[in-house]
Write a new protein. Structure first.
Length: 503
């Protein structure tokens, strides 16, 4: 019996030559997505000034990428398992670069929203493929933990590089230039990845079920859209109908996966408490943080008056903390426990978000920088360990679909966070009382108020901007408090669901 088992064990623990060089290529794709996600928030005031979107359009520009990518991640992860993860990664990277050009040269809010949606289609191919390839490159659990840590640290580094590079570009060029920085990264990824990355796929995948793809897309987008609209404008029959349509599509999706011989996603994975706990922790963490992150750049620039490059540097501690934590998270989880590291990280983020409820226009940087550092460290510990739990808990043939579940939770949390917490900020802002002569444009967004002030008498402009900034900060306080509550609840849930879980 021993001789029968040895070949399978040897195959699983074989150390592939060149795996660390291949990892360098994979993290370029992560860098591509992370940079794109962070520069948008920094460029938002400039997009508002140039394209003049309404408040609702501005939210759509911020979250339509997440809506589309969340709806397609599982489908694209499963497609990569079938046609090859290397192939879908390289094709998706080329498309991501080309669509970045379309984003850069958008001339209307509607065109910008459409370009962001198309970018989401391309982005859905990248993240599941990178994690799945890591699962197939690194069979040794400790090496895989380190590789996942480097993967997560690169995403965090991208969050730092994005605002700094974006801030520099915004001070010297037009806002569209922040999207063009994707092009050189994409070019290196494709040219080098063709030679270094090994191909991997499920050897017996079965057909790619288009009905499941459609059900997944309709279900996720329908539910998220309904939540977003209900948070922003209240319940209407149209919102309720869209939400019910989405829920029905998701129900049919799950039922179909249980009956297909080769499902798009093996939903039985969720019977594992560790897998479900890791996915839930990711979703709640991003939900609690994303609304704040989306509006923080506007706070730094439009309330505290920082230049774009300075605002980018101000957000650096979060990325530094996440990089440092990501590199040691696997070791910490083995020394203590998975649930201690994940729950502790989430609780730390919750406390830091609670501290941000004291922000004001005159708040000094030490408080803000310390809070962002704690947010980064806590998120770095949590995200790295949960990604490792999800990857280690599935056969390598299903790595793409399982990675897509993790990324879907992340993107769904981002979309819901911007929709729910962003709607809190928007609702609190729109009700501000300005002086006589305040134009309606000023109530759409803080960027709109800054632009409207340029055409008003000095005293009226000053009074209007003060009232608008105070309302914006009040909304930020409410969103930070709500995010803190979500993160602390997530810490408690992770402590229960990840009991006994080990890497």
């Amino acid at each position: 019996m021993t001789s029968t088992l040895r070949p399978a064990y040897a195959a699983e623990t074989e150390r592939r030559p060149g795996r660390w060089l291949a990892l360098c290529v994979l993290v370029l794709a992560v860098l591509l997505v992370a940079v794109d996600a962070t520069v948008l928030g920094l460029a938002t005031p400039y997009i508002s000034e140039d394209l003049k979107p309404s408040g609702t359009q501005l939210l759509w520009i911020g979250d339509v990428y997440s809506f589309v990518i969340a709806g397609l991640l599982v489908s694209m992860g499963s497609l990569g398992d079938r046609i090859g993860r290397k192939r879908i990664l390289l094709v998706g990277s080329a498309a991501f670069g080309a669509l970045s050009v379309l984003n850069a040269y958008a001339t209307t809010p509607e065109m910008m929203i459409a370009a962001r949606a198309l970018l989401g289609v391309a982005g859905a191919t990248l993240m599941p493929a990178t994690l799945a390839l890591i699962r197939n490159l690194f069979h040794d659990p400790r090496e895989r933990s380190l590789a996942v840590g480097i993967w997560g640290a690169t995403a965090s580094a991208g969050m730092a590089v994005g605002p700094i590079a974006g801030g520099f570009l915004l001070e010297h060029f037009w806002w569209g230039s922040v999207f063009l920085i994707n092009l050189p990264v994409m070019a290196v990824l494709v040219l080098v990845g063709v030679r270094l990355l090994p191909e991997s796929r499920d050897p017996d995948p079965g057909p790619w079920d288009l009905t499941s793809v459609l059900l997944s897309l309709v279900g996720v987008i329908g539910v998220v859209y309904a939540i977003k609209e209900a948070a922003a404008h209240g319940f209407t029959w149209a919102v309720l109908g869209t939400g019910l349509l989405g829920a029905a599509a998701l129900y049919r999706f799950v039922h179909r996966q249980l009956t297909l011989p080769a499902p798009l996603l093996d939903v039985r994975l969720f019977r594992d408490r560790g897998f479900s706990g890791a996915v839930l922790a990711d979703l709640l963490t991003v939900l609690g943080m994303s609304g704040l992150v989306f509006f923080l750049s506007q706070f730094l620039q439009l309330v505290q008056g920082r230049h774009p490059f300075e605002a980018g540097l101000a957000e650096l501690p979060a990325a530094v903390g996440a990089v440092a934590a990501g590199l040691v998270a696997g070791r910490a989880a083995r020394r203590f426990s998975v649930r201690a590291v994940v729950s502790g990280g989430l609780a730390a983020v919750g406390v830091a978000l609670a501290a941000l409820t004291t922000l004001s226009a005159s708040t000094g940087y030490p408080l803000l920088g310390t809070a962002l550092l704690v947010v980064g460290v806590g998120a770095g510990f949590s995200f790295t360990v949960t990604a490792d739990v999800i990857l280690a808990g599935v056969p390598k043939e299903q790595a793409g679909a399982a990675s897509a579940v993790s990324e879907t939770a992340y993107e769904l949390g981002a979309a819901l966070g911007i929709a729910l917490l962003g709607s809190i900020v928007t609702a609190a802002y729109r009700g501000f009382t300005g002086p006589a002569g305040t134009p309606s444009q000023a109530h759409e967004s803080l960027g709109g108020a800054v632009q409207a002030a340029q055409g008003l008498p000095a005293r009226t402009a000053e009074e209007m901007l003060t009232a608008a900034q105070d309302a914006f900060v009040h909304g930020l306080h409410l969103a930070s408090g709500a995010g803190a509550a979500v993160l602390l609840a997530a810490a408690g849930a992770a402590w229960v669901l990840l009991k006994g879980q080990r890497l």
